[in-house]
Design a protein around this ligand. Structure first.
Ligand SMILES: CC(C)(COP(=O)(O)OP(=O)(O)OC[C@H]1O[C@@H](n2cnc3c(N)ncnc32)[C@H](O)[C@@H]1OP(=O)(O)O)[C@@H](O)C(=O)NCCC(=O)NCCS
Length: 334
């Protein structure tokens, strides 16, 4: 049977895409549940100007057997495309992954992109089918990361609250801890936007050929609106320098509004000049308390760090995160 590959443009396509997500992710990556249907529909219906997303489903006859993600950075990194494929469990080892990946490679070339990037999750001390597919396509590992997970029920919230309080009145006393949900307060949105690119520029990037980003308030608002349009809730914490009123550190969590089980840690960054005051632990601890208040039914938090990112890992381990999977970023010249 030949493979029919179509771009997702409607509810039926989104449902097909989501079916593969829901079937494969929990089996391939225990502890994860994948994007919700709201997320998928939101990606199809709402465009993020700085990052263009196209979703694909592959069918054999009437049956959806695979899906593909194709992302184009539209501001910086216009040499790059982001690709991800997943194949239904009972349709594997028949060449479908290779065929869909080759289709997306051709899309990347057609869009004038010269480098493909793909993030593959696998066991901490072994290889996954995704590594085999990447190797077959000639992609090279560019960055090793580790997925860590925090089991929320194992958190002692009273102990965490007193640790955060001790930091706020001790080493971080020159800073005010603030938290918000979904929309950053207007007074600090410029500062929030400036912190975002540090997550990438100030963390180890291995061999990834990635340009630093530049964010401003409109780009930050655009991203917030896209998250809400995708049915995702965002929780943030920041440190404000009391003397200047400037935002100097920020961390963000995101989760589907319809299903609170699996929460994603997004970026965390502290401005270089303000490191060494335990702001990383302060804002991450503060945001965990924020999560417990707004979403007491959250089960786990997932975070991804470069294996070489000692300071961030130390903060995460101190909060109770433990390594569960490896994530390799592959690069392929197109
Ligand atoms: C990775 C994945 C997409 C492969 O799909 P597939 O349809 O089984 O892939 P193919 O049949 O085209 O196989 C691709 C190559 O990988 C190898 N491979 C695939 N699964 C393998 C496994 N379990 N063990 C060893 N090799 C494997 C195959 O041998 C094949 O090369 P070859 O047949 O030329 O020797 C599928 O396993 C999957 O959906 N995994 C979860 C999502 C993921 O990790 N995606 C990768 C990110 S892009």
């Amino acid at each position: 049977v030949s493979l029919q590959i179509d771009r997702v443009t409607d509810a039926e396509g989104a449902a097909g895409y989501h079916q593969i997500e829901a079937e494969t992710v929990p089996v391939d990556h225990p502890g994860l549940i994948g994007d919700s249907l709201d997320d998928v529909v939101g990606m199809v219906e709402h465009r993020l100007p700085s990052f263009d997303i196209a979703l694909y489903v592959a069918r054999e006859g009437d049956e959806v057997v695979a899906h593909g993600f194709f992302g184009l950075p539209m501001v910086e990194n216009q040499h790059m495309c982001h690709v991800y494929v997943a194949v239904a469990l009972d349709a594997r080892r028949r060449g479908i992954g290779t065929e869909l990946a080759n289709f997306l490679l051709a899309e990347g070339r057609r869009e004038g992109r010269s480098l493909l990037v793909s993030y593959v999750l696998g066991p901490l001390d072994g290889r996954a089918p995704g590594d085999a597919l990447a190797a077959k396509l000639g992609a090279k590992p560019a960055l090793e990361q580790v997925r860590r997970q925090l089991v929320v029920s194992q958190l002692d919230s009273a102990e965490l609250a007193s640790r955060v309080e001790a930091l706020a009145t001790g080493p971080a006393a020159a800073y005010e801890l603030i938290t918000w949900q979904d929309r950053c307060p207007d007074e600090i949105v410029d500062g929030a936007a400036q912190i975002v690119p540090l997550v990438q520029s100030d963390s180890p990037q291995g061999e990834l050929e990635m340009e630093d980003e530049v964010w401003d308030a409109p780009r930050f608002r655009e991203f917030e609106e896209f998250q809400v349009a995708r049915g995702r809730s965002g929780l943030s914490a920041a440190a404000i320098e009391r003397s200047s009123g400037r935002l100097v550190a920020m961390t963000n969590l995101a989760l589907p509004s319809s299903d609170h089980r699996v929460v994603d840690q997004q970026g965390t960054a502290v401005e270089r000049a303000h490191r060494g005051h335990r702001l990383g632990l302060l804002i991450k601890g503060g945001n965990l308390l924020n999560l417990l208040t707004h979403f007491p039914d959250a089960a786990t938090i997932q975070t991804y760090n470069a294996a070489a990112n000692e300071h961030m890992i130390a903060v995460n381990e101190a909060l109770g995160f433990r390594a569960v999977e490896r994530e390799t970023a592959y690069q392929l010249a197109l």
